[in-house]
Design a protein around this ligand. Structure first.
Ligand code: PBG
Length: 329
């Protein structure tokens, strides 16, 4: 009488499939990255990221209201800094009236309940396109940390709920946490990009912010001395556990799809929420294939995002957040 168990019984209809489905995507899972630019009336499509835009502050207001109405309650802010304000010490990052600081206020004024997370790294502010201070061909760790902590404090003072250091300097979470505590910002959280790999998937993002490392003498042309080697798995756990010890409230793996083994390793071990960042190159690949008619956009989007949650991510930062929420609502 074999088989007594036929696994296909649980797949016979959508009703039974949805009854036994283990992973369900909802608007609560998503963190929406937003690119902000100076100017007025600007909603500028990023060429390598079809249907994704840079917004000036006036249009940011309606965009975050729309997100909120869709059930998307958290944003991650990035700014495109004008070239003439870039230098090698993050001066503009600390400007209390800088674009990031104004963007934080704009979002909070538009939708007071929106959770505002801010990118903390020097690359958008760096004349060299690096996440830290450059000197004699090196990225200087500890001096960079001092600026990252001040930058975080400035964001917290302006109203950010979480700061998100994306730079991969050693010890920066500790420096940021210490300064926030000292200044009384006990409730400002830190979402650390704890296992961030030196990845070619970041290309379109660097187009969006005009933040790619520049090729000149005495400046490293890539980020391999601070971002992780994509060949490494055990090291991700070391990085992540150190960031938790230094005070990270949420940890992150980045990029997403090619790194889901890392997401699961970390999820199995840590007791803080785990985020994954489905990065710009992942977005660009699917948009391009869908435009050519080679892949079914919505089906692949759902499959990939569900895979990220199934792998163990509690939070997904994704440029597809609006698309997917519209699809499932
Ligand atoms: C830089 C930063 C990058 C991304 C987020 N923060 C690029 C980089 O490290 O060079 C990439 C995000 C994406 O590709 O979507 N601090």
């Amino acid at each position: 009488m074999y088989p007594l168990r036929r696994n296909r019984r649980l797949r016979t209809s959508e009703a039974i499939r949805s009854l036994v489905r283990e992973t369900i995507i909802s608007p609560n899972d998503f963190l929406v990255p937003i690119f902000v630019v100076e100017g007025k009336g600007i909603k500028d499509e990023i060429p390598s990221m079809p249907n994704y835009y840079r917004y000036s502050l006036d249009l940011l207001t309606s965009e975050v209201k729309e997100l909120w109405a869709l059930g998307l309650k958290s944003v991650l802010l990035f700014v495109k800094v004008p070239d003439n304000l870039k230098d090698n010490s993050g001066t503009e990052a600390l400007n209390p009236d800088g674009l990031m600081q104004r963007a934080i206020k704009t979002v909070k004024n538009a939708v007071p309940g929106m959770l505002v997370m801010t990118d903390v790294a020097l690359d958008p502010y760096s004349a060299y396109g690096h996440d830290g201070i450059v000197s004699k061909g090196k990225i200087i760790n500890d001096d960079t940390n001092t600026i990252l902590a001040e930058m975080s404090l400035s964001h917290a003072q302006t109203g950010a709920d979480f700061v998100a250091p994306s730079d991969m300097m050693d010890g920066r979470v500790f420096e940021i946490r210490s300064l926030l505590e000292k200044e009384g910002f006990h409730d400002t959280g830190i979402m650390s990009y704890s296992a961030k790999y030196a990845s070619a998937f970041y290309g379109p993002f660097r187009d969006a912010l005009d933040s790619a490392p520049v090729a000149i003498k005495d400046v490293p042309k890539d980020k391999q001395t601070y971002q992780m080697d994509f060949a490494n798995r055990d090291e991700a756990l070391k990085e992540t556990l150190m960031d938790i010890n230094e005070g990270a409230d949420i940890v992150m793996v980045k990029p997403g799809l090619s790194y889901l083994d890392i997401v699961r390793d970390i999820r199995n071990v840590v007791d803080v929420p785990v985020a994954v960042y489905q990065v710009s190159g992942e977005y660009a690949m699917l948009k391009a294939a869908a435009q050519k008619g080679w892949l079914d956009h919505d089906a692949i989007m759902m499959e990939q995002l569900t895979a990220m949650k199934r792998a163990g991510a509690h939070i997904i930062a994704s440029y597809f957040a609006k698309d997917v929420v519209k699809l499932i609502s």
